[in-house]
Design a protein around this ligand. Structure first.
Ligand code: GLA
Length: 678
């Protein structure tokens, strides 16, 4: 994906409705097959009323459009596309392959995915297929070919939506077909068995392989399995799901010029896809995001996901393909949105680079497992709070359309790695409580509270433009990736690295000679032993901080101690250090600091590095998007109190000039000001 392709793909989506880039994509999933034809016209009329510009259809259409193998029935789809087209609404056309119909799995039960214990999943839900299944892939390719041939040049079709949330339920399959595909993948990766044995450390526990056929996916074992095998299986599984996408993508590119994408799941509870590997194959980055009420502060995770999605888009505008207007149906308790929360959630995505906002789904289902999932049009109909909120949201997006195409300003990068996530969360580690995403989130939340906007970047990314880089718990890192951080600091940059980083290479092999391995020289520390803390133990530091989870015995080789432990297993030993390295400096946080003090250390490092921080008030999110002629400051007040800010400019949502801006409790404001910097 090149950046120009992304912009033109998004501009293409909006071109129908005015000048390119002049209107927000405002869209939704629509499942007309769940409704009588009589409802469709009303739906389209209400979509126009709500200002909907893009509608995703045929996402789960397979059983309708191919009711029997090889027999295609497109009348209903033709009709709905035509209705939308006549109304001036663009179509985000699903290839329809998201869920195989019963005829496929009953004829070919071998496509059903298998768990680690060898249990086959039954059909009856969705996505019940093994990603490596040649039978499934051939059936999906045939359907995509039919759909692309029929609609590839239809003027209503503005975007291809390949399948749906690929790998959401079925990413990890342990069947024999997967086993054979895994072996093939390993042969490509390692070439020889000797190399594989070496990479996997199979001298341990008599695991040496003498033939490729002996290798299996990491099925359920009695004891812990081989961690390098598990890590490779995660990589393989991500690649296999990506290949399912690519099978269809190739068809679409052959038969149509319309941009191609699929909906990613950059979210807290799904980690099976390494999306850094996916982005070369999508024309625009699209993400699905739902607030996760199992997390401490769900809206901060929303901001994290939005920043990570922008990272995948390399800073270019991206599309929020799905969010909800209210409760979902798949959490233990499905919490409804408070008044104003829909607006806040949406504008947090926009502030962080989304130039299109879409929803799951248009009309709340009356049947099926998602019938209690919120929608733009609720069960109650248009005489409802939800519908009025949707109209208000549509108007608010219209009022800020001049931000389209502008760039989010961030001078701090946070390194984020799906591979490190997989490796960190394997078993048999010093503490099962060190969970990768939790540590990334802890750092992210501290920066969010400090009013520091960050770019999430892949390990090995160019860091030159940033004033500071943060490396949270990057347990697995390649030598070359760690060197990028060291070179950046040597050239004058600032880095903050947190505990359990740099420990292993890409084979999950420990770097010998002292932790934190790949970062030891940069940080000027040498750790000879980890001392993880018992659950709930709290230690104190001489800085006044408390910490949990982790301590380690550090020797300052070239660094100096910023804070030391007062108690716990290592009283008097360093807990936070800083090191001059070349022309820059590198901080090491060797424990899980309490949120306030984590923020404190990050702020000190950021201050020293000259990072611009937004003037913050607790709970008021503030992000800057920069255009060629103006700056746009987004304020999202997550608190129950009004907040006032001295700022001169024009507020776009209320459309009035301001010198002192009041942001009412729970409200969103966007101020156009003069550009502050070139
Ligand atoms: C995902 C899927 C949708 C729907 C929503 C419900 O995002 O893509 O089909 O199931 O979840 O939240």
């Amino acid at each position: 994906m090149t950046t120009s392709t992304v912009s033109s793909a998004l501009a293409g989506l909006t071109a129908e409705f005015g000048e390119p880039g002049s209107r927000f994509v405002f869209g939704c999933d629509y499942n007309p097959e769940q409704w009588d034809r009589s409802v469709w016209e009303e739906d389209v009329r209400l979509m126009v009323e709500a200002g909907i510009t893009l509608v995703a259809i045929n996402i789960f259409g397979w059983a309708q459009i191919e009711p029997r193998p090889g027999e295609f029935e497109f009348t209903a789809l033709d009709e709905i596309i035509e209705l939308l087209h006549q109304a001036g609404i663009g179509v985000n056309l699903g290839t329809g392959t998201a869920s195989p119909p019963p005829w496929l799995s009953s004829r070919h039960p071998e496509i059903l995915p298998m768990s680690q214990d060898g249990l086959r999943a039954w059909p009856g839900g969705r996505q019940a297929y093994c990603p490596s299944s040649p039978v499934f892939r051939a059936a999906a390719e045939r359907l995509a070919t039919e759909v692309a041939s029929r609609y590839g040049a239809h003027p209503a079709v503005q975007l291809w939506h390949v399948s749906n949330e690929l790998g959401c339920h079925n990413a990890l399959c342990y069947c024999d077909v997967s086993a054979a595909a895994f072996r093939e993948w390993l042969q490509k990766r390692y070439g020889t068995l000797q190399t594989l044995n070496d990479a996997w450390g199979t001298t341990f526990w008599s695991q040496r392989y003498g033939a490729w056929e002996e290798i299996l996916p990491p099925r359920r074992t009695l004891s812990s399995g081989n961690p390098a095998q598990a890590l490779d299986f995660s990589r393989f599984s991500s690649d296999e799901v990506l290949e399912c996408y690519r099978v269809e993508e190739r068809v679409l590119r052959r038969l149509s010029d319309v941009p191609v994408t699929t909906n990613f799941m950059v979210t807290s509870h799904i980690r099976t896809q390494d999306y850094w590997q996916w982005t070369p194959f999508v024309d625009l980055v699209a993400n699905d995001h739902y607030l996760d009420h199992r997390l401490p502060v769900p809206h901060q995770e929303l901001s994290f996901a939005a920043d990570a999605t922008r990272g995948l888009a390399e800073g270019e505008p991206w599309l929020l393909m799905e969010q909800s207007t209210g409760a979902v149906n798949w959490q233990p308790r499905n919490i409804a949105k408070q008044p104003g929360e829909l607006l806040r959630n949406t504008f947090a995505h926009v502030a962080r680079g989304a130039d299109g906002i879409c929803f799951f789904q248009w009309r709340a289902s009356a049947q099926g497992t998602e019938k209690f999932h919120s929608a733009l049009l609720p069960h109650a109909g248009t005489d409802s709070h939800k519908w009025r909120e949707v109209l208000e949201l549509s108007g608010a997006l219209r009022s800020v359309r001049e931000v389209l195409g502008t760039e989010v300003v961030a001078d701090v990068a946070v390194i984020f790695s799906w591979e490190a996530w997989w490796a960190t969360d394997l078993d048999s580690h010093p503490s099962e409580e060190v969970r990768y995403l939790e540590q990334v989130h802890a750092v992210y939340r501290a920066l969010w509270e400090a009013g520091i906007t960050v770019d999430m970047v892949a390990p090995g990314s160019d860091l030159a433009g940033y004033r500071m880089v943060v490396v949270p718990s990057l347990y697995l890192v390649r030598d070359a990736e760690a060197k990028v951080v060291s070179d950046y600091v040597a050239a004058g940059g600032a880095a903050v690295v947190t505990f359990f980083s740099g420990v292993v290479n890409e084979d999950d092999r420990v770097r010998l000679g002292g932790y934190p391995g790949a970062f030891a020289e940069l940080l000027g520390v040498r750790t000879d032993e980890f001392f993880p803390l018992p659950h709930d133990e709290v230690v104190t530091l001489d800085s006044g901080a408390t910490a949990t989870l982790w301590t380690e015995r550090i020797e300052n080789t070239t660094s100096r101690t910023v804070a030391a432990f007062l108690d716990g297993p290592l009283p008097g030993e360093p807990a936070v250090t800083v090191n001059r390295f070349g022309a820059g400096s590198a901080w090491y946080i060797a424990t899980a600091l309490d949120p306030e003090h984590l923020r404190d250390v990050l702020e000190r490092a950021a201050d020293a590095a000259g990072v611009t921080t937004a003037e913050t008030a607790p709970g008021v999110e503030s992000v800057l998007r920069r255009g060629p002629d103006a700056d746009y400051l987004f304020f999202i007040n997550h608190t129950h109190l009004p907040h006032t800010r001295a700022i001169t400019g024009h507020e776009l949502i209320t459309d009035r000039p301001v010198t002192s801006l009041e942001i009412p409790a729970g409200a969103v404001r966007v101020v156009r000001t003069r550009r502050t910097e070139n």
